[in-house]
Design a protein around this ligand. Structure first.
Ligand SMILES: [Zn+2]
Ligand SMILES: [Zn+2]
Ligand SMILES: [Zn+2]
Ligand SMILES: [Zn+2]
Ligand SMILES: [Zn+2]
Ligand SMILES: [Zn+2]
Ligand SMILES: [Zn+2]
Length: 455
């Protein structure tokens, strides 16, 4: 067994493929898809190692053969990781902070959570051969999410990540990329095909003209001989008759015209073959990139303001547009209301009490007693009358410690504390209001202490 044959056999055994010898042919099946994609060829493989063993469906492995190179390069790349994680040169969090101006808040914390998806890079070498020319070109194609995409790898830098991607299934992406190579070389093919067609037409015209001349010559000769024969017959010149008949016979028995036709056909076909175009595309390298999508976290802090922004950021469609949460217009100057809403300046108003910004979405509320425009923090709804009022128009029932608006509380004239009207009693005589504790048991009569003693 030759060294190459042994190497090939061992190589496929190392891939756990099924390997068997059929005479001089090494048959290989169950080849891992990764290698099929790598070599750009599907199993079964039938290898021979000497040109005399070649059959129509075999591949000859020689020192310079493409499949041998594929095997060695596959081994080389298997040792190192073909998976490269990427990160963008410009950090998305920095981009946000550069493109936006936070007016009444500061960015107090940032976090970035990447999730990686496989992006496949395939490099193909294509040779377009015709006549004596060979036009070679390289193409690098990117496939992401089963779609071809334009990708500028120079805008990224490798990142060390301690995770793995799910074992990539290269095949569908490879097929897509391979099909797309045609697009990239179409111009070359068209140019070559045009040139070939022009040259072929010229050659064919030349051949046809050549054989047309020949045929005409044969016809002329025949006509001449027939004329000579006629004359000879008139003259009864036996020698001349015999000569003419002999020459005419030669033309018909050798079927000279058919011979010329056959020859012409042969040269026409031959020229067509010489003007054939061959396109050979080979996979040179495969790289899998881990391309991140980011979940970004941005903490904004201002006076009485906290807001955490959660942003999905895709590197393939990097859109960082922040909009006013009231009017939906895009923002450059970002304001934050006390509830943490992002807002433009026109959608913002100030609270009459705390002077903090309030956006349209939070809507300014009016105190129903004093009419001040107030933020949410500065208003409460009375549980009794259900009206919204400011802090100065709120009090506490000192008995139950419940908050009520001042209209829903009464003040005891004795202790000056406030309580709900049902806990207040008025003296029958002087009309002064007393809270229950101040009124005491003596209030049974309906009169206050003073009025009772005056009684
Ligand atoms: Zn707005
Ligand atoms: Zn306020
Ligand atoms: Zn708001
Ligand atoms: Zn008020
Ligand atoms: Zn009230
Ligand atoms: Zn009292
Ligand atoms: Zn009284």
């Amino acid at each position: 067994m030759s060294e190459l044959a042994r190497f090939t056999e061992q190589f496929f055994q190392s891939l756990n493929a099924q390997v068997s010898w059929k005479g001089a042919v090494l048959e290989v099946t169950k080849v891992p898809e990764a290698f099929e994609a790598w070599a750009g060829k599907k199993d079964p493989f039938r290898f021979v190692f000497a040109s005399e063993d070649e059959q129509p469906d075999t591949d000859l492995i020689t020192k310079g053969s493409f499949l041998l190179k594929s095997m060695t390069s596959y081994l080389e790349q298997k040792g190192q990781t073909t998976l490269t994680f990427l990160k963008p040169l410009s950090d998305p969090l920095e981009l946000i902070q550069k493109s936006l101006s936070f007016k009444n808040t500061a960015v107090t914390h940032t976090k970035k959570f990447p999730t990686y998806k496989p992006l496949y890079e395939f490099t193909f070498a294509t040779t377009v051969s015709y006549l004596n020319k060979k036009e070679q070109s390289m193409q690098t194609l990117y496939i992401f999410n089963n779609q071809r995409m334009l990708f500028d790898v120079s805008k990224f830098t490798p990142e060390s990540v301690s995770q793995t991607l799910p074992t990539p299934d290269l095949k569908p992406s490879y097929e897509l990329a391979k099909a797309a190579t045609r697009e990239g070389i179409q111009a070359t093919i068209t140019k070559a095909a045009t040139e070939l067609q022009e040259k072929l037409t010229k050659e064919h015209t030349r051949i046809k003209a050549h054989y047309e001349n020949h045929r005409r010559e044969v016809q002329l000769t025949t006509q001449k001989l027939e004329l000579q024969l006629k004359e000879a017959l008139k003259e009864n010149n036996f020698l001349k008759i015999a000569k003419c008949q002999e020459q005419l016979k030669q033309i018909t028995t050798t079927d000279l015209l058919k011979k010329l036709d056959d020859e012409e056909q042969f040269f026409l076909v031959d020229e067509r073959q010489k003007h054939a175009l061959s396109v050979d595309t080979k996979l040179v390298s495969t790289t899998v990139f881990g391309l991140p999508d980011y979940q970004l976290e941005l903490g904004l802090t201002g006076t009485n303001i906290h807001r955490q922004l959660n942003i999905s950021y895709s590197l393939l469609a990097p859109q960082l547009i922040f909009t006013c949460e009231s009017c939906a217009l895009p923002l450059r100057d970002v304001w934050c209301c006390t509830s943490g809403h992002l807002s433009c300046l026109p959608c913002l108003a100030g609270c009459d009490l705390c002077r903090q910004p309030v956006c349209k979405r939070c809507r300014i509320q009016k105190c129903e007693s004093c009419g001040k425009d107030l933020c949410k923090n500065c208003t409460s709804r009375c549980t009794s009358c259900l009206k919204v009022k400011c802090a100065t128009h709120f009090g506490t029932d000192y008995i139950t410690e419940q908050k009520r608006c001042t209209s829903c509380l009464k003040t005891c004239t004795s202790c000056t504390k406030q309580t709900i009207p049902s806990s207040i009693k008025a003296c029958d005589k002087c009309g002064r209001a007393y809270c229950k504790p101040c009124a005491g048991a003596s209030f049974q009569t309906g009169r206050c202490k003073g009025c009772r003693s005056n009684y």
